[in-house]
Design a protein around this ligand. Sequence first.
Ligand code: DMJ
Length: 456
Amino acid sequence: VSLQMMKYAWDNYKRYAWGLNELKPISKQGHSSNLFGSIQGATIVDALDTLYIMEMKEEFKEAKEWVEKNLDFNVNAEISVFEVNIRFVGGLLSAYYLSGEEIFRKKAVELGEKLLPAFNTPTGIPWALLNIKSGIGRNWPWASGGSSILAEFGTLHLEFVHLSHLSGNPVFAEKVMNIRKVLSRLDKPEGLYPNYLNPSSGQWGQHHVSIGGLGDSFYEYLLKAWLMSDKTDEEGKRMYYDAVQAIETHLIRKSSGGLTYIAEWKGGLLEHKMGHLTCFAGGMFALGADGAPSDKTGHHIELGAEIARTCHESYDRTSMKLGPEAFRFDGGVEAIATRQNEKYYILRPEVIETYMYMWRLTHDPKYREWAWEAVEALEKHCRVDGGYSGIRDVYSNHESHDDVQQSFFLSETLKYLYLLFSDDDLLPFEHWVFNTEAHPFPILRKEDESKEEKQK
Ligand code: DMJ
C-alpha cells in the first residue's frame, strides 16, 4: 500500500510541480517554502532513497537525471542551514550510499562546502540562516535575543561526519565536534539543555526545554552519533543517557488517566503539552534501550512503548484518526488539542516513525495495527485529486485541506510505513542509522577505519 501511496504522491508531484520544491495538491501547482531559498527540487532530493528502496526504478532514474542536469547550488539564496542539511545533504548522502552513483556524493560535498560559512561565529555555533552566495549568516529574528536553536545546530552531526568521510576533508567533522565541545562545557540547568544558545556570547538564551520542536533532533543525534560510530563515540553516548535521565526526572509525567507524556519546561515550570514532533521520542528511547545501563534496558523499551501508546491515543481521540500538532494534559483533557491553532495535521511522520521502531524492536502486532489505522485515515482524509494534503482541523467532521504535500511525507512518512510492513532485513539497524529526515546512513565501522589508516 505505501508503495501505491508513494506512486500517487510522486506522480502528482511530477505532473504539477516537477522541479519545484513541493506540490500544492489542491491548486495543482508548485509550492515554494522560504526554508530553501531559491534552491529547487526538495521533493525530488528528499524522495530519492524512498524511490530506491521501493524499487521504483524508472522514477529513481528520472530523479537522478534531474539532479544531474538541474540541481544547482550556485544561487543567491538565504536558506535554513538545518532544513537544507537534513533534506538536501541527507537525501544526497543516502542516495549515494544506496545506489553508489557518484553524482550524489559530488553534490552532497558541494552543498556541504556552501554551508561552511554558517560556522563563522565567535563560538563556532552556526547561524540558523545563511546566504549561500555571500556567506552572510544571521539568526531567526524571533529566537531569544539573537540565539541559535538547539535542534538546528544540534542536527548537523551525522551528515557532517559522513561529508568528511566521503570527501577526505576533516573540516566538516571538526565543525560539529566543536559544537559538541561548546555544549559539553556549558553548565546545564538541572542537567537539561535549553533550546536557545547565543552564538556570539556562548551563553544560553531563555531557559525553555523541549523534546519536541526546537529541541527534538539534538537528542536524537547524540544517540545516533554513537550508534553510527560503531559505538566508539563515548561522549555522544554519555551526553545522550545523561540527558534522558534529566528528561525523565524533570519532563516525563503520567496523567491521571495513566498516559505517559513529555511536558515542556519553561524556567522550572512545566507546560503540560506534548507536540506531534515529540512523538518521535518513543522510537528514540526504544532504539537507545540496548546501550542503556543493563538494569535500564527494559525500562527504556517500556518508556518507548508508553510514549507510542500516548501518541496513538492522540490520534484515536480525534474524529479523523490523525493526530493534532500538539495535545494537552490539563484543564480536564488528556491527549487532546484544546487550541484551534494546534489542531492541524501536516502529514508528519513522528508517530508512524515510533511505531516502526517499536515494531522492529518488539514485534508486538499492535504497532502494525496502529500504523494501518493511520494508512486508512491518510487515504480517507488526506488523499485528494492532486496528491496528499495536510488537514486544518483533525477534530472536524469535514476536511479543510491546507494544500501542501510536504516533502517529508515522501522521505519519512511513506518510507517508515514501507519499512514497518517489510521484513527487518530491509535496512537493518545493525548497519544503518536514519537521519532526522529518515535518510539512511551506513554505520562507519572501526575495522574499515583502521584498514584505511593502513592503506595510507
Ligand atoms: C522533518 O523535516 C524532520 O523529521 C524534522 O526532524 C522535524 N520536522 C519534519 C517532520 O515533521
